[in-house]
Design a protein around this ligand. Structure first.
Ligand SMILES: O=C(O)CCC(=O)C(=O)O
Length: 259
């Protein structure tokens, strides 16, 4: 198993619940995947509105992908570059759970405070659950980048309840967390990634800027986690792709959307 992270980075992830790795993919790789996403007829056909509010509000758009396929998004999701740091953190092979194409265009909505394991507790026995945001556009405070509460992963899973199409963490606990802990605005350049623990509180504002913020958000569990639902698990064990295999998959996808 390779060890791309320093001891300090692993320690930071465990303590703070998040870790930014700058330029894990280079800006040109991010640009190509962004261009593919804009040309991809599947994205245009499958994007759905998430109405993360009650009453009046602004929807956010995304494509949900429960499995990996022969496409550029899966190539990044299964790449050794993205997966090896998680294998190091969990000392385990990793399994893919889902990929989201986040299509946060100008004028689209945000997400209220939640934990991803707050949603996925129903599927997994252990809270060993990690999500990764791969920035394709620049992610800035202006276009509603992700915000996390540093160290909130140590609170364990909070109660969640519905708010429109979202599940949100208990508001009193969130208020207390924001009083006691530091809120971090996770700005990312294209190709940079944010690893975040399943129990870290995170949220994002609406995009009030003129700049889109498209990204991938990919969720994983270590193979040692236990699926607790009756129906068969939908997770896929990852055999990480080296750079050549990742590049070939991006090129194939590029050729197919440009036809
Ligand atoms: O991209 C965003 O604005 C929020 C994403 C998020 O909260 C999530 O995927 O759990």
């Amino acid at each position: 198993m390779s060890t791309p992270l320093t001891v300090d980075q692993v320690e930071q992830f465990r303590r703070d619940g998040y870790l930014v790795v700058e330029s894990l993919f280079d800006p040109e790789e991010a640009r190509r995947v962004l261009e593919i996403s804009h040309l991809d007829p599947e994205i245009a056909a499958e994007a759905k509105d998430n109405e993360n509010y009650e009453g009046d509000g602004v929807a956010t758009r995304l494509v949900y992908r429960p499995s990996l396929g022969d496409n550029a998004y899966s190539a990044l999701a299964a790449s050794k570059r993205l997966v090896a740091p998680m294998e190091q953190i969990y000392s385990s092979t990793m399994c893919h759970y889902y990929t989201l194409n986040m299509l946060k265009d100008p004028g689209t909505g945000g997400w209220a405070w939640h934990q991803d394991y707050g949603y996925h507790y129903k599927e997994f026995f252990y809270p060993d659950y990690i999500s990764v945001m791969v920035a394709l556009d620049p992610a800035t405070a202006e276009n509603g980048c992700l915000r996390v509460v540093k160290g909130s992963n140590r609170l364990g899973r909070l109660e969640h309840s519905g708010l429109g199409s979202q599940l949100i963490a208990n508001r009193d606990r969130v208020d207390l967390a924001l009083e006691q802990m530091e809120e971090i605005t996770c700005e990312l350049s294209p190709g940079s990634v944010l690893y975040f623990d399943g129990n870290i509180l995170h949220a994002s504002h609406q995009n009030h800027s003129q700049q889109s913020r498209w990204s991938l958000v990919i969720s994983y569990v270590p193979a040692s986690n236990v699926w607790v639902r009756e129906e068969p698990s939908t997770i896929t064990r990852i055999d990480p792709l080296d750079d050549a295999a990742m590049e070939a998959a991006i090129t194939r996808h590029e050729a197919s959307v440009r036809k």
